[in-house]
Design a protein around this ligand. Structure first.
Ligand code: FMN
Length: 226
């Protein structure tokens, strides 16, 4: 571990922290790839799920009306054909505000132990209220209670407010209570481009892209240089 001062400015050289050797996977062979990305995603997801504690965690990037990008982790709740990812969240959050103004977004899964990433570009469609309600019912009781405390991402004065509100709301919201608060919602992120990246020794990484052509309902598949 080293730190260096250069031109009087503090500088911490992260380059010294080389990653541990990773699981070496066979190179991706185009002739063995499916013609659409959903089955490849599901295969990679199942492999990640046996290797990682948070295989369904992904970084969701959004862009506000005034072009400010932001990014945060979410837990992806479902996947459907041709390729869309379900995210549930608070309608008052930055991501939801951004998505209302600009539906274009990106989602990135990183599975460190397998040295793989999947990058999705697409646009978000908010779910209907009854659909949000259905997903809410599937949440654990403690998660449902927490969703009722405050609209997500609104400033609060301190942790004490959460505890106070939990003591009040928690008694009212029984564990079988399944009504979602009005500020609770979800988005399907419809992919039009997805890149599967697999780390390989000597930086000869595999990058396979699928692009969706909606009129033809066809995925074009090609390889990019690492
Ligand atoms: C592993 C992980 C999973 C998360 N999953 C979600 C999620 O599914 N939905 C959500 O709204 N926030 C989730 N969060 C919290 C978000 O990262 C973020 O703090 C919150 O959504 C508010 O973000 P925003 O105001 O930028 O939209 C998760 C955080 C972590 C670290």
């Amino acid at each position: 571990m080293e730190s260096t001062k250069s031109d009087g400015q503090f500088f911490f050289w992260l380059w010294n922290f080389q990653p541990e050797p990773f699981t070496e996977l066979a190179p991706l062979d185009e002739s063995a790839l499916p013609s659409e990305p959903l089955s490849l995603f599901l295969r990679w997801f199942r492999e990640a799920f046996s290797a990682e504690p948070f295989a369904q965690a992904a970084a969701l990037a959004t862009v506000s009306q005034d072009a400010q990008p932001s990014v945060r982790m979410v837990l992806v709740k479902g996947v459907r054909a041709p390729l869309a990812f379900l995210v549930v969240t608070g309608a008052t959050s930055q991501k939801a505000q951004d998505l209302r103004a600009n539906a274009r977004c990106a989602l990135l899964f990183f599975w460190a132990t397998l040295y793989r990433q999947v990058i999705v570009q697409g646009y978000a469609r908010e779910v209907a209220r009854h659909e949000a309600q259905e997903y809410f019912r599937g949440r654990a009781p403690s998660h449902r209670r927490a969703s009722w405390l405050f609209p997500q991402s609104t400033p609060i004065q301190g942790r004490y407010q959460l505890e106070e509100r939990l003591a009040r709301v928690g008694n009212r919201i029984q564990s079988d209570e399944s009504e979602a608060p009005s500020w609770w919602t979800g988005y399907w992120i419809q992919a039009h481009r997805v890149e599967f990246w697999q780390g390989q020794p000597a930086r000869l990484h595999d990058r396979i892209v699928y692009e969706y052509h909606a009129e033809a309902r066809h995925w074009r598949c090609f390889r990019l240089a690492p």
